[in-house]
Design a protein around this ligand. Structure first.
Ligand code: SIN
Ligand code: FE
Length: 305
């Protein structure tokens, strides 16, 4: 990446808070022009767009689900696919109808909010919804699966071919417990640090992984580099201990959205969150040059998908 590129995020841009507040307090109200402008500019720049007062109200039956016992043993989230209506990852005997209604409504509300706030239109596609009632701090897991380590998101089994990953979160804790995140360096800085160490994909590996079912479709070079970035960040103890970061606390009733494939993030602690994943075609962005794949392509000097 050349320092003069208009799309690079400078340290000065990140020097102040990484959060851009947007004043929407109603999921279904029409946002004004300033809200739309701030949200899209903030998202694409690699900031966290924060709605300081945008709670997601639960019915009494849904509120009873705020319990780590509702997840199936060995998992940490309950998932919902808005395209099929399927819910999975929950323990036997829970109120499955309430679970589904909560997830369905969260998917619907986040979709409508993004539809009103952004110009992305049909380039933005809804993915899975997740409910996270398990405390994020102190879970036993491998470094690669440990989201308390700073990372950028990448899909291991669903090749994205350079599509963006955007996630919306709401802290639905019934008390006062914040969800605490760390936000690390701008994507360009992360890439400059790790990309030179990553070897090109092994010739034929993409076809092989599809053939044996590791991936659902051919993994592009862009996916290869994004997955490697995710893994190398998380596995590097030295990096994790020295990398500059900001700590952000999201209190109950707050909602935030972020391009998690671009923004280095870690969830340090917190309990009871809802999350909705979206994918976005790069060409749907206001400034496609800010997409991680474009940053990597400029650094590599060639197309990666
Ligand atoms: C993550 O995407 O790394 C986890 C975020 C969270 O659960 O708050
Ligand atoms: Fe993540």
């Amino acid at each position: 990446m050349t320092p003069s590129s208009p799309s690079s995020v400078t340290a000065a841009e990140r020097a102040t808070s990484v959060c851009v507040p947007v004043g929407t307090t109603d999921w279904l109200a029409a946002p004004d022009a300033a809200m739309k402008r701030d949200a899209v500019a903030g998202l694409e720049r690699g900031d966290v767009v924060l709605f300081p007062h945008l709670p997601f109200a639960l019915s009494p039956a849904e509120a009873k689900l705020l319990d780590p016992a509702v997840v199936k043993e060995g998992t940490k989230t309950v998932k919902y696919d808005p395209d099929t209506g399927r819910v999975w990852g929950y323990a036997e005997g829970i109120d499955a109808a309430a679970m589904k209604s909560m997830m369905e409504r969260y998917a619907d509300h986040t979709r409508r909010l993004l539809g009103a706030l952004t110009p992305y239109g049909s380039a933005l596609k809804i993915g899975n919804t997740s409910f996270r009632p398990v405390e994020a701090q102190g879970r036993q897991q491998s470094k690669r699966h440990d989201d308390t380590r700073l990372h950028v998101d990448a899909f291991p089994s669903r090749p994205s071919h350079g599509q963006r990953i955007m996630r919306v979160f709401t802290n639905v804790h019934p008390g006062t417990k914040p969800r605490v995140w760390r936000v690390g360096e701008p994507f360009e800085t992360v890439a400059q640090r790790f990309l030179p160490k990553i070897a090109a994909p092994f010739p034929g590996s993409a076809q092989l992984m599809k053939l044996v079912g590791i991936t659902k479709s051919r993994r592009s070079p862009a996916d290869h580099y994004m997955l490697q970035l995710h893994d190398r960040m998380k596995l590097d103890d030295g990096y994790q201990s020295i990398v500059p970061h900001q700590t952000v606390e999201f209190t109950p009733g707050q909602t935030w959205m972020v391009f998690t494939d671009q923004v280095s993030h870690a969830a340090m602690s917190g309990q009871h969150a809802l999350e909705q994943t979206f994918t976005l075609e790069i060409d749907g962005m206001a400034d496609p040059e800010r997409a991680p794949v474009r940053v990597l392509e400029r650094m590599k000097g060639r197309k990666l998908h």
